[in-house]
Design a protein around this ligand. Structure first.
Ligand code: AMP
Ligand code: MG
Length: 349
């Protein structure tokens, strides 16, 4: 497997042919790198689950090239209320917004994990779009990492057997499209009767979405975990399970990770690394074996962009502990804090 850059038309033609042939490839998107398969090919999609060691109850996001191709994944036409909700947010596309809609029957059960809904988005990364335009089918693509590990935001992350035992042997090609612009996964919103619900914060902020829908952020984000939903297979699933990206432990490095607080700063004699969101002063810096500064000025867009790569580097730095800064959960800060809280859950054994 080789990293291919820059992706010429011939490379993208070959990538589309590999997908048509049921193979998996890693592709750049503006959020994170995706592990791509033909979403209509049941066996190819099943390979994604094997490669990632992903639980079969965690559905995938389906990527399409344009709004008029949503019917390749979702059941169109939509009910008027859902169509109205989609109209409110459609111009965030192409971009880091995923909507959950009633599924089309020709989408594999593997993609939806047996649910009667499907998650769809139009990515804005030019390489992803050029590839989608070449494919007569939609592309299912979760992040190109072993399940529960840190998502890849650089092509090199998709190629690392150390990070992802086993995953590279399933990938026929990694297309290098540079570092991902957003660095955190897409925002996921369920469009549904009774009002849209935020399932996962991401690059498009809850405030921006609520504003478009004409509702409050509280209405958009209100907990829906206690409302059981009937899946297509007749099993009851809660909406927490509808977005397993919302599971407590996710995005986790192997090294223990804790959120920074002033009290911890003096207490540890172990080899500690610090991920800082803005410049630390010299006395602070000297307390740590390694310091990564994600933004000189504390710009949260830069923090999000560099976050996962920093977690990976720290995870390979032979540390006993990683300490990470926190931020206000507002705008993209909500997605950053969401990922950090999950990454700081009990590390994988
Ligand atoms: P990722 O591995 O980051 O691509 O995660 C994809 C996310 O999309 C997961 O958290 C899924 O649970 C979520 N997702 C995919 N399909 C659906 C669906 N039908 N309903 C709700 N969430 C979904
Ligand atoms: Mg993922």
């Amino acid at each position: 497997m080789t990293l291919i850059q820059p992706p010429s038309d011939q490379v993208l033609d070959r990538a589309a042919a590999l997908l048509a042939d049921g193979k998996l490839i890693a592709i750049p998107t503006e959020t994170v790198y995706g592990l791509a398969a033909n979403a209509w090919d049941r066996d190819a999609v099943a390979k994604i689950f094997a490669a990632k060691q992903r639980p079969a109850n965690n559905p995938l996001i389906v990527h399409v090239a344009a709004v008029d191709r949503i019917a390749e994944a979702a059941m169109m036409p939509l009910a008027p209320e859902l169509q109205h909700q989609l109209d409110c947010v459609v111009d965030f596309w192409p971009g880091p917004l995923t909507v959950v809609l009633p599924r089309a029957s020709h989408i594999s059960d593997w993609v939806t994990a047996g649910r009667d809904t499907v998650a769809v988005r139009i990515p804005s990364h030019p390489v992803a779009l050029r590839l989608l335009e070449r494919c007569p089918f939609p592309i299912a693509a979760p992040s190109a990492n072993r399940s529960n590990y840190v998502s890849p935001t650089m092509a090199q992350h998709c190629d690392g057997p150390m990070d992802q035992p086993g995953i590279h042997q399933f990938i026929e090609m990694v297309i290098d499209g540079g570092d991902c612009d957003f660095g955190v996964e897409s925002t996921i919103v369920a469009l549904q009767q009774g009002g849209p619900r935020l399932l996962r914060p991401g690059g498009i902020s809850a405030e921006m979405l609520a504003d478009r829908f004409g509702i409050t952020v509280e209405q958009l984000t209100q907990a829906t975990n206690d409302r059981p939903v009937e899946s297509e297979t007749g099993n009851e699933v809660t909406s927490a399970m509808l977005a397993p990206g919302m599971m407590k432990e996710h995005y986790s490095p192997s090294t223990p990770l804790v959120l920074y607080s002033a009290t911890q700063a003096n207490s540890s004699s172990k080899r500690v690394g610090r991920i800082a969101f803005a410049q630390l002063d010299a006395s602070d810096t000297s307390r740590y074996a390694v310091v990564e500064t994600l933004s000189d000025s504390g710009d949260l867009r830069e923090v999000a962009k560099g976050l996962f790569a920093a977690l990976r580097r720290m995870d390979h730095a032979g540390l006993d502990l990683i300490v990470i800064d926190t931020c206000e959960p507002v705008g993209i800060g909500l997605a950053i804090m969401d990922r950090i809280h999950r990454a700081a859950a009990t590390p994988l054994s």
